[in-house]
Design a protein around this ligand. Structure first.
Ligand SMILES: Nc1ncnc2c1ncn2[C@@H]1O[C@H](COP(=O)(O)OP(=O)(O)OP(=O)(O)O)[C@@H](O)[C@H]1O
Ligand SMILES: [Mg+2]
Length: 359
């Protein structure tokens, strides 16, 4: 069966795009051996649109169908070439990665604001021109670097416009086109191409190691070993929804098996995505006020329950008192009293335990 890029997009990545528009981080990446079709899938060709373009169209359709929120879209394009980070929109190289407030930040990375699907595609095409591509025996246009095309989606409710209580949803959608693993005897790489191939393989095995550690729930994960794993830290077992498209080709059975092993390990990893909301102080205060009011209401209803139970129990204690007197004077009455008390007291104790449970 022949599957098109649209089939891959519909099946694997569409749900992630909807989540990204609603404030979840999402990452889609293509992994596999050289010449297996990663770039073709992600970036498309002259005859077929790639996942990236389909994602971009979907985002704008989702924005149009949600008139209650206003959106702001920014994009950036990063290349990791031989462990050096380049901004593909400005050409500046050797960018630094840092961990700030538990977030991985690429310093001095430029962002371009986009308001139409075409403007996003134009930015992508502009960046693609700077990407390292070379001809090998396996692929005429082999990617010699990893790229991350990042779409930053910011939105807020239109109802809040004008008020100073603002809750902003901010999500990152990463579209990653990895360089493919390669064997020198197949690519025929020498000199510069050989060096590139070694760097690609080293960084892909570091990615494989991280996936392996995460799938085994190991305590320490080597995210910082490479720039790729460091930048994609959130996408690997963290606060993001991640889809991995694994591309295989008949060129090498070993590489295909290794890709399938990678996919099997990656499938077992559980990410922890949450809606990313930035709330200002006033909005936060309002939320806490509402929470306190809800808790007060719960407390009042619990008190009412307890009051009712108290009245029931007082009634039963009085009844017990008089019954003891009755049993004392009329012993045949004891059998009747046993059933009268057994049921209500069991019910009373159970409901008391239930009402004392913490909400
Ligand atoms: N599904 C497909 N339909 C048509 N052509 C394809 C398909 N997949 C790949 N190709 C073609 O195969 C060649 C290699 O594909 P591509 O460059 O996408 O591989 P790659 O996995 O990105 O390789 P590398 O890791 O070397 O960058 C290209 O000429 C591409 O057009
Ligand atoms: Mg490629």
């Amino acid at each position: 069966m022949k599957a098109t890029n649209r089939d891959v997009y519909e099946k694997v990545t569409k749900p992630l795009v909807d989540s990204a528009v609603n404030g979840f981080n999402a990452t889609i990446f293509a992994y596999g051996q050289t010449s297996s079709g990663k770039t073709h899938t992600m970036m498309g060709s002259k005859t077929e649109r790639g996942v990236l373009e389909l994602v971009v169209n979907e985002i704008f359709e989702a924005i149009e169908s949600n008139p209650d929120r206003e959106y702001l879209l920014r994009v950036s394009f990063i290349e990791i070439y031989q462990e050096q980070i380049t901004d593909l929109l400005t050409g500046s190289t050797r960018l630094k990665v840092s961990d700030t407030h538990n977030e991985v930040v690429i310093k001095e990375l430029s962002e371009e604001m986009c308001s139409t699907p075409d403007s996003v595609i134009d930015v992508m095409k502009k960046g693609e021109k700077l990407r390292h591509i070379a001809c090998t025996n396996m692929n005429e246009r082999s990617s010699r670097s990893h790229t991350i095309f990042r779409i930053i989606i910011e939105s807020r409710s239109r109802c809040e416009t004008g008020s100073d209580e603002i809750a902003i949803q901010l999500s990152h959608l990463n579209l990653v086109d990895l360089a493919g693993s390669e064997k020198v005897n197949q690519t025929g790489a020498t000199g510069g191409r050989f060096k590139e191939g070694c760097a690609i393989n080293v960084s892909l095995s570091a990615l494989g190691k991280v996936i392996d550690q995460l799938s085994k729930n190991e305590r320490h994960v080597n995210f910082r070993d490479t720039k790729l794993t460091h930048i994609l830290r959130n996408s690997l077992g963290g606060n993001a929804m991640t889809a991995i498209i694994c591309a295989i080709s008949p060129a090498s059975v070993d590489e295909t098996l290794s890709t399938l092993r990678f996919a099997t390990g990656a499938k077992t990893i559980m990410n922890k995505p949450v809606v990313n909301e930035v709330v200002n102080d006033k909005a936060m205060l309002k939320r806490y006020e509402k929470k306190i009011k809800d808790l007060e209401l719960q407390l009042v209803s619990r008190f009412k329950e307890l009051n009712l139970l108290y009245s029931i129990s007082s009634f039963h204690f009085c009844f017990l008192h008089y019954s003891i007197l009755l049993i004392h004077f009329f012993p045949f009455f004891s059998f009747f009293c046993f059933f009268i008390f057994l049921y209500p007291y069991c019910a009373f104790i159970l409901s008391l335990l239930h009402s004392l449970k913490v909400p």
